[in-house]
Design a protein around this ligand. Sequence first.
Ligand SMILES: [Zn+2]
Length: 390
Amino acid sequence: MDFAKLAPASAEALELRRDLHIHPELSGKEERTANLVAAWLEKLGIKVMRAPAPGRSLIGVLDTGRAGKRLALRADMDALPIRENACNLKREKGFLSANEGVAHMCGHDFHTVGLLETAGRLAAMKDSLSGTVIFCFESGEEMGLGDDVRALLAEQGGADAVFSIHVQADYPVGSVVILDGSCTAGCETFHIDVKGKSSHGATPHLGLDPLNCAAQILITTNSIISRRVNSREAAVITPCQIHGGSTWNRIPDDCFMEGSTRFFDKQIGRDLHAMLDQTVAGVAAACGCEAKASWRNLTLPVVNAPELTQLARESARAVGIDLIAGQPWMASETYARFSEICPTFMAFTGCANAETGCGAPQHSDRFEADERVLAVNAALTVEFVKRFLA
Ligand SMILES: [Zn+2]
């Protein structure tokens, strides 16, 4: 895109973004960040509601005083437990996290400040808008917290729709990917306990080996995707840890493994859950052991509502952001839970720049975003708000 035609982010916004990057806070601990967000909104004359302690989420309500639709805009605020690398893909970064072992390596500092920049622009044009804009600042996205922000939104009467943006290192700055349907994966976490019977390593026939059973469960699990899910669907089952035994010559009584499923279709998610349960029970029976999977942290895919997707594309074109092709993100987002309240939409704005070395994957220690994505996010959001409330 032609950045000369894009209004740059305000100096205050750029300064605050750097400040948040230097002082990142972990999920559920965004006290300083939330205080800065609240102060910024209040200075704009926007009413702020904060989640009861220890919650850190907050919302701001911009009521134009004229009847109309209600649109929620959402940003997350938390950083990751990652030690930031002093370099990006090409050179030394200009500034770094000062909070050892914690860093904004998913770009949530851009989301927070992009939404504050948006709030400033919308507050300035309040007299030309109708309806209500609700700014939702979510705490603890990375840890699946954040239900307090949805509770605040519901308390304020909910919304007709919710709009969000995630910056994306896969795409160049100045571009946006707007997908039909699912744009992030659903996820469910499993824990499998395998019970056998201990025995001396020399006499396995006198026991029931839970390690051998777990190994067979793992291998059979790997064939669920390849043999039982339509190859046109994208889905993953990954066991990520397995623990059992304490020495070299004794078969233990039990062991466990943990992992997660990922999917873009809710029914595929339910199928993976059922097929893994079946695999665990069947393989355990064949081994003479007992095994059971327990499940937690179900997060559904973020699904873009067609009417919002259309409006977002029109908004991107209107402000000159490059609409490019992209793919759904095989990561999961608590943002999906907003769909219990109202229709949802999420855009992916590019933040990579090969010349300056921005483009390392999110959640990696070399991640850095091109700062101009702040202006892109604000322009896209403001245009979307104007069109939605019109
Ligand atoms: Zn993220």
